[in-house]
Design a protein around this ligand. Structure first.
Ligand SMILES: NC(=O)c1ccc[n+]([C@@H]2O[C@H](COP(=O)([O-])OP(=O)(O)OC[C@H]3O[C@@H](n4cnc5c(N)ncnc54)[C@H](OP(=O)(O)O)[C@@H]3O)[C@@H](O)[C@H]2O)c1
Length: 331
C-alpha cells in the first residue's frame, strides 16, 4: 500500500535551530543504532519510522556500522525510504557517519580522507541516495592530522555528497581545535553529536560552551541512558526483550542497587507531576536551549509514541529541576 503521511504532522512537533545554521531539527530525533539490523523485524522498524514521520519527526540518524551486521541499518532504512518515504525526501534530514572499524585493512577505520570518502560512497549506495543531509566524523582520530579529516569533510560538502557536516564524540578541547579548522576550509561545523543524559553530564564541563561560542548545534545521544531512564528496569528485573538482557552495550552489572535507587527517586519526581521517567529525561535535556535535539532510540512504535508525548507537556518547573538536581548530586 502506498504510504500517505499524516496531513497534521507538523502541528505537534517543535523545531530548534541547529547552532547558527539555517537548519531546523525536531526536538526529538530517531536513531537507528539498535532495532534496525538484519535480525530485527522489518515491519516493526518500518512502523516506527513512519509513525515518527507522521508525528513531525523529520530527522533520522544512522551510521555506516549500525546493524548488525555493519551496513544493514542503512540498507533497511534505504528500503523504508524507497517503499514509503522517497516522495517526502525534501522533508527529511538523514544523517550518517564514519569513524569506527567498517572493513578490514588500514583504510576501513578512523579519520583518513581515504576512509571517509569510501565509506560515505558505500553508505549512499546502501540507502539508494545521491546525498545525505548530515555526514559526521564519528570519533576523533589521534593519529590523523585534524586538517586531513576536516578538509575531507569540507570536500564532501563541496562535492554535494552531504549538505552539512558534523563531528561526534570529540571532547571540548578536540572540538575547539577541529571546528575552526573546518571553518578555515569554508565549511561550518553544523552539529556535534554527544552522549548526554541525567546519568552522563560530561558535556556540561566545557563542550556545550565551546559549541555555543562556535555556533554549532548539539544533538544528544542515548538520552534515556539506553533505556535505564524509562520504566524498564525500575523493579530490578531484566525483561527478556530489553537491551540489558543482551548484556552487550548495556551491561546487567551496571544496574546496581544504588543506580536503581537513583532511577526510582527520579521516577517519583516524574510521577508527582504525572509524567513518565522517559518524559522527565527528555524534558530535562530540552531545558537547555543549546541542546538542539534529543536523539533517542525505540524498539517499538509504542515506545516512540510514549517518548514523543513528552513534547505535549509543560516544560520542567524550577521545583522539579531542583528536586532532580538533588537526586543527581547524591549519585
Ligand atoms: N555518535 C555516537 O557515538 C552514538 C552512540 C550511541 C548512540 N548514538 C545515536 O543515538 C541514538 C539513540 O541511542 P540509544 O538507542 O542508546 O538511546 P536511548 O534513547 O537512550 O535508548 C533507547 C532504548 O531505550 C529503550 N526505550 C526507549 N523508550 C522506551 C520507553 N518509552 N519505555 C521503555 N524502554 C524504552 C529501548 O530499548 P529496549 O526496548 O531494547 O530495552 C530503546 O531502544 C542511536 O540510535 C544512534 O543514532 C550515537
Amino acid at each position: 500500500m502506498v504510504f500517505r503521511a499524516n496531513d497534521n504532522r507538523y502541528k505537534a512537533m517543535k523545531y530548534r535551530r541547529c547552532g547558527k545554521s539555517g537548519l531546523l531539527l525536531p526536538e526529538i530525533s530517531l536513531g537507528l543504532w539498535h532495532n534496525f539490523g538484519d535480525a530485527d523485524k522489518y515491519e516493526t522498524g518500518r512502523e516506527t519510522v513512519l509513525n515518527a514521520f507522521d508525528a513531525g519527526l523529520t530527522h533520522f540518524d544512522i551510521a555506516n556500522n549500525y546493524g548488525p551486521p555493519h551496513g544493514s541499518a542503512e540498507t533497511i532504512f534505504g528500503r523504508i525510504l524507497k517503499e514509503n518515504l522517497l516522495p517526502y525526501r525534501n522533508e527529511i534530514v538523514i544523517a550518517t557517519k564514519a569513524g569506527f572499524r567498517m572493513w578490514p585493512g588500514p583504510y576501513g577505520d578512523w579519520g583518513s580522507r581515504k576512509y571517509l570518502f569510501a565509506s560515505l560512497d558505500a553508505s549512499l549506495k546502501r540507502m539508494g541516495l545521491d546525498y545525505v543531509d548530515i555526514f559526521y566524523h564519528h570519533r576523533p582520530d589521534p593519529n590523523t592530522p585534524v586538517e586531513e579529516t576536516m578538509s575531507a569533510l569540507a570536500d564532501i560538502v563541496r562535492r554535494g555528497k552531504a549538505l552539512y557536516v558534523g563531528i561526534s564524540n570529540y571532547s571540548a578541547e578536540e572540538s575547539a581545535q577541529a571546528i575552526p579548522v573546518l571553518r578555515s576550509y569554508g565549511v561550518p561545523c553544523l552539529i556535534h553529536q554527544a552522549k548526554y543524559s541525567m546519568l552522563n553530564r560530561t558535556i556540561e564541563n566545557g563542550l556545550l560552551d565551546v559549541l555555543e561560542k562556535e555556533g554549532t548545534g548539539c544533538i544528544c545521544f542515548s538520552p534515556l541512558a539506553q533505556g535505564l531512564l524509562t520504566g524498564r528496569y525500575l523493579d530490578g528485573s531484566i525483561p527478556e526483550d530489553s537491551r540489558a538482557f543482551q548484556d552487550r552495550f548495556l551491561k546487567v552489572s551496571s544496574i546496581t542497587p544504588e543506580l536503581l535507587k537513583t532511577l526510582n527517586a527520579l521516577n517519583d519526581i516524574a510521577q508527582e507531576n504525572g509524567r513518565t521517567l522517559a518524559a522527565l529525561a527528555i524534558l530535562w535535556i530540552l531545558r537547555d536551549a543549546r541542546n538542539t535535539s534529543v536523539l533517542l532510540g525505540a524498539s517499538s512504535s509504542a515506545q516512540l509514541s510514549e517518548n514523543l508525548s513528552a513534547l505535549a507537556q509543560e516544560p520542567l518547573s524550577k521545583d522539579e529541576l531542583e528536586k532532580i538536581e538533588n537526586v543527581l548530586c547524591k549519585e
